[in-house]
Design a protein around this ligand. Sequence first.
Ligand code: AMP
Ligand code: GLY
Length: 434
Amino acid sequence: MDFMDSILIVGGGGREHALLKALLRSDRPLCLYAFPGNAGMENDGCMIVDAKINNWKDLANWAIKNEIDLTVVGPEQPLVEGIVDTFQKARLPIFGPTKKAAQIEGSKFYSKNLMKKYNIPTAAFESFTDKSAAMEYLGKVGAPIVIKASGLAAGKGAIVCNTMEEAEGALSLIFDDKAFGAAGDTVIIEEKMEGEEASVFVLSDGKNYKVLPVSQDHKPIFDGDKGPNTGGMGAYAPAPLVNEALLAQIEEEVIVPTLNAMKEEGATYRGLLYAGLMMTKEGPKVVEYNCRFGDPETQAVLPLVDCDWFEVLSACTDGTLDSVQWTIKKEACVAVVLASGGYPGKYEKGKKIVGIDKAERSKANVDVYHAGTEKVDEDTLVTSGGRVLAVSACEPTLEEAIATAYENVAMIEFEGVTFRRDIGMKGVARLKKS
Ligand code: AMP
Ligand code: GLY
């Protein structure tokens, strides 16, 4: 199949399904594989890697055997483990940062010190490897305060503490209970910032960069940003919070200095840099960096970009991003996550899902992404995770996109289905004010 480009997508969540759908939107004939993929990706014609893979070297060998032209990595874990280095050693083109560069997400100790060294705006902080020193510092600075495990903690490593009691509890959780394992060996204690958050996605080939439409995630489980944090209950783009002038400021004060800093550190950044920012009274400040696309923001951002994603992602691996053309649609996109009842706490699996076909066929501008689904037979799909599906809709205005997304969410049913009813409403409120 030499006439076709072969792509391997690493990961199996909604974000990876969104990357697949984006790749499929161009006319380029593609042969698509996923590891481990999911039921939705398989439905869309993606072949699942069926070899026994014990490590990234095994996957690289599989990629050589199957003549993969480009590997695209979704999640942070493989990147932080060095999948890119392994593939590059085997001369396989792969989209994503090296192990060294992925530390920008893998170690908050690394990223916070990087920001301090290069004057990139972020919350003031100190780091600790010892509980008594951390307690002493806490006694000096007091609450409110934010306590974070330095390492990867599946998005749960940041604890916002409004009282001293909560802060002491957080330190005990990390140091005594080892709630985050080795990821909590180093702890960051940082100033609590106030402001609205936005996700800025930047593609980088090591020399050139391109900024994608800015989005907003909705982390807490309940409407009005109440309740415990989740992996993300929905997203929308573009976020009116970040207007043209503010985006220019973010590029100048955060994006360019970060990419330059990484180069200076000998960790040239290639792949997607996700800057999680808070718009404080003193200007935009970095909450965290991620070394990959966000989930569920990707499901709301990619449908707005008209391009050949194979070309764009390949360009990031070979330093030709400056010659790539794309058009950003003058529309809004909203992605609503459907989760299992009980999520982000305990939830049951194996609930039969109905109505996906109906939603998918309703309109050309609607997509359904799988995350926690499992095919039990040809006609039966059941839930198998916390975040089960996401439904996205693109429309000329944000209000219309919200309406279409929720019309289609209503077509999908499973026992206990849980979703927020206010995804994108922050944006509508801001648009009305201006
Ligand atoms: P992180 O894992 O660092 O992205 O943090 C998760 C969430 O915790 C962020 O999206 C913020 O809502 C919140 N958060 C983290 N750090 C801070 C901070 N310094 N000030 C206020 N909120 C924060
Ligand atoms: N949406 C948050 C994340 O991907 O980390």
